[in-house]
Design a protein around this ligand. Structure first.
Ligand code: ADP
Ligand code: MG
Length: 281
């Protein structure tokens, strides 16, 4: 399987970045060679993986605009097999810079064509449907939509699906919906169950069986720069992201993917240099 998946929802706070970080780490632990692209100027996926946004020389902005080579922007993370193209606030002016350029929708796609040593690439999109997200939709094979289990969940999605259809029709005919992920479910409320039913009746079998519950450990982990598999692998949030990775890989839901010490060993006392060792060195 070789796949590029854009994690997309123009609404902020639906769990895009949390999903990007934790799904990519579990896919890597399952043995896939995974590349995570942080395409949000806020750089939350970058800092959530323990990489200091201010200290890196090259990021996705340089890859898209300055023709910097892939090996100069791909960083090894603390998880074996997981690589990151980081982002920071440099990216915030990019939409305006690209707006007047020919082929502006395809900058990311063109860049990704230079890279072929990853089985799964995940793109953490910003909370908008601007040119950055359109670049992600043009580069991707499919879209994963995290939806927060709350009352107006479906409202914003209509807009997203419109953009999806437009891109599919005009720019990327092969684009599919990978799946819809219900996030931050709070089972103590009836509302969560109603929202889950509503989204299931709308998206049918596109909705993942794995539902991510509200879990405080998932909120805490990024402030330590750690994915949940390192921060608290026994938490319910960890178990559910692990389940999601298995569902996407088409594996048995109950067979646990357990990280070996080696796979996450570099996590504790890693030096900045080791941490930023690039993938082709
Ligand atoms: P987005 O990238 O869509 O803006 P985030 O993944 O950054 O969303 O999530 C928004 C906030 O909600 C963050 O503070 C994050 O830590 C928290 N969060 C995300 N998923 C969960 C969850 N399942 N349980 C508890 N908090 C969560
Ligand atoms: Mg985000």
């Amino acid at each position: 399987m070789k796949k590029i998946i854009a994690i997309c929802n123009q609404k902020g706070g639906t769990g895009k970045t949390t999903t990007a970080i934790n799904l990519s780490s579990y896919l890597a632990i399952a043995g896939k060679r995974v590349l995570l692209i942080d395409l949000d100027p806020q750089g939350n996926a970058t800092s959530g993986l323990g990489i200091d946004k201010q200290k890196i020389n090259n990021n996705i902005y340089h890859a898209l605009v300055d023709n910097v080579k892939p090996e100069q922007v791909i960083y090894q993370t603390n998880i074996q097999n997981l690589y990151l193209i980081p982002s920071n606030v440099d990216l915030s002016g990019l939409e305006i810079e690209l707006a007047s350029q020919l082929g502006r929708e395809f900058f990311l796609k063109n860049f990704l064509q230079l890279i072929d040593n990853h089985e799964i690439t995940l793109i953490d999109c910003p909370p908008s449907l601007g040119l950055l997200t359109v670049n992600a939709l043009c580069a991707a094979n499919s879209v994963l939509i995290p939806v927060q289990c709350e009352f107006y969940a479906l409202e914003g999605i209509t807009q997203l699906l419109k953009t999806f259809e437009l891109v599919k029709k005009n720019l990327n005919p092969g684009l599919e919906v990978e799946g819809v992920l219900l996030t931050m479910a709070d089972y103590r409320t009836n509302l969560a169950r109603e929202v889950i039913d509503e989204i299931r009746s709308y998206f049918k079998d596109k909705v993942y069986k794995s539902i991510i519950p509200r879990n405080v450990r998932l909120t805490e982990a990024p402030s330590f720069g750690k994915p949940i598999v390192v921060y608290d692998p026994n938490s319910i949030g960890a178990k559910k992201y692990q389940e999601l990775a298995q569902e996407i890989l088409g594996e048995e839901l109950n067979s646990n993917i357990k990280p070996s010490q080696e796979q996450i060993a570099a996590t504790e006392d890693v030096t900045i240099e080791n941490k930023y060792e690039d993938c082709n060195r």
